[in-house]
Design a protein around this ligand. Structure first.
Ligand SMILES: [Ca+2]
Ligand SMILES: [Ca+2]
Ligand SMILES: [Ca+2]
Length: 329
C-alpha cells in the first residue's frame, strides 16, 4: 500500500504543473464539496496531497473527511486518490453519468439515456377502462438511476455484435431487430458486454415503465411521449404492416423513441400478477416463473397495447417479427 502511494506521489510531482493549470479552469463547473479536502472551495492538486497525507498518517485533523470519498463508494481508500486525479485530468467524476452516453461496437454507435431515479405510480388505476386486470393495482415504485437505450436495438447493432441478422423485415438495418427470443437477448448481451467491458442488460419491467412514462419529467401521457398515438408510435393504424426505422416518430419526455409501438420489447422479469405491491424499491419481478414480460405494443397491435402500463407475457422461447428489445445499463 505504502509503495503504491509513493508511486502516486511521484506521478503527481511529474504532473503537477499541467494538472494545476487544468484544474483551475474547471473549478467553475464543480457544484459539490467532493474532493475539496482542504476546504478552500476549490478542487486542486493540493487536495490530492491532503488526501494522500490523510491515507498515510490517518490524521484527519486538517482535512474535511466528508469530501474525501471521491469515487462515492462509501469508504475512503487509495482508489479515491485515483478518482480525484482522474477528475483533475478529465473534469469528470467517475460516478457522474452523462445524460446521453454514446457507445461504439464494431463501428456501430448507439446512445444510452440517463433516467434519474425517482418514485412513480406503476400500473393502471382502477378506473382506467382500457386497462387489463394484470395492469392493476396501481402501486408505488421507487427506482435508483439507470440508463436505457434511446432506441430499440437495431438490426445494425445486432449484426455488429452477433454476426447475423435474424429479422424478418430486412432491407434497412436501422429498423429494430426482431425474431429474437428472450434467450437470444441474453446471448446478445453477453457478447455486447465482452466487446464493451460494460454491464448492459434488459431493463426490469419497472424500469421500462418508468422510462416510458418519462421518468421524473413525465407529463402523464397515455402513450410514451403523447396522447396522440400517431405522433409517437408505429402501430397497426399507421405502420402499413411492417417495422420502421427507429427514431422516426416523436420521442418522449426523456428523449426515448418507440417505447410505444414499432416492436414489443423484452423485459428481464418473470411474469406474474401485481401481488407484492408494498413499498417497492428497484423491484426485480418474481423470483421464478414460466413466462417473461414484454412491453409497449408494436406495428401489429391496436392502440390499447401501446399504453405505458400494458403488459404482455410470453414464453422465453417465443419469437416473432413484432418483438425486439431495448438495452438498460
Ligand atoms: Ca481544495
Ligand atoms: Ca471511496
Ligand atoms: Ca417499442
Amino acid at each position: 500500500m505504502k509503495k503504491a502511494l509513493q508511486s502516486l506521489v511521484l506521478l503527481l510531482a511529474l504532473l503537477m504543473v499541467p494538472v494545476a493549470a487544468n484544474a483551475d479552469a474547471r473549478l467553475v463547473t464543480l457544484n459539490t464539496v467532493v474532493g475539496d479536502l482542504d476546504n478552500n472551495n476549490a478542487v486542486t492538486i493540493a487536495d490530492v496531497s491532503a488526501l494522500i497525507n490523510y491515507l498515510l498518517t490517518g490524521n484527519a485533523s486538517s482535512v474535511n473527511l466528508a469530501a474525501a470519498d471521491c469515487n462515492q463508494d462509501g469508504e475512503v481508500r487509495i482508489n479515491d486518490v485515483t478518482a480525484l486525479i482522474d477528475y483533475l485530468l478529465s473534469g469528470n467524476w467517475p460516478w457522474v453519468v452523462p445524460e446521453v452516453e454514446t457507445f461504439t461496437v464494431n463501428g456501430v454507435t448507439f446512445n444510452m439515456v440517463l433516467v434519474e431515479g425517482g418514485t412513480f405510480t406503476m400500473g393502471a388505476s382502477e378506473d382506467d377502462e382500457d386497462a387489463s386486470y394484470n395492469e392493476k393495482p396501481a402501486h408505488e415504485v421507487t427506482l435508483s438511476s439507470y440508463s436505457i437505450g434511446e432506441t430499440e436495438v437495431t438490426q445494425e447493432l445486432w449484426l455488429a455484435v452477433m454476426g447475423s441478422n435474424p429479422s424478418r423485415f430486412t432491407g434497412d438495418l436501422t429498423r429494430p431487430v426482431e425474431c429474437i427470443d428472450w434467450n437470444d437477448c441474453q446471448s446478445f448481451i453477453i457478447n455486447l458486454n465482452q466487446l464493451t467491458g460494460k454491464t448492459f442488460r434488459l431493463p426490469t419491467e419497472a424500469e421500462w415503465e418508468f422510462a416510458a412514462r418519462g421518468g421524473n419529467k413525465s407529463e402523464g401521457y397515455k402513450y410514451a411521449g403523447g396522447n396522440d398515438l400517431n405522433e409517437v408510435a408505429w402501430y397497426r393504424g399507421n405502420s402499413s404492416s411492417k417495422t420502421h426505422q427507429v427514431a422516426t416518430k416523436a420521442p418522449n419526455e426523456l428523449g426515448l423513441y418507440d417505447m410505444s409501438g414499432n416492436v414489443f420489447e423484452w423485459c428481464n422479469d418473470w411474469y406474474d400478477s401485481y401481488t407484492d405491491t408494498e413499498g417497492q424499491m428497484n423491484p426485480q419481478g418474481p423470483s421464478s416463473g414460466s413466462n417473461r414480460i414484454s412491453r409497449g405494443g408494436s406495428w401489429d397491435t391496436t392502440a390499447e397495447y401501446c399504453r405505458s402500463s400494458f403488459r404482455l407475457s410470453r414464453w422465453p422461447t417465443s419469437l416473432n417479427h413484432a418483438l425486439g428489445l431495448r438495452l438498460a445499463l
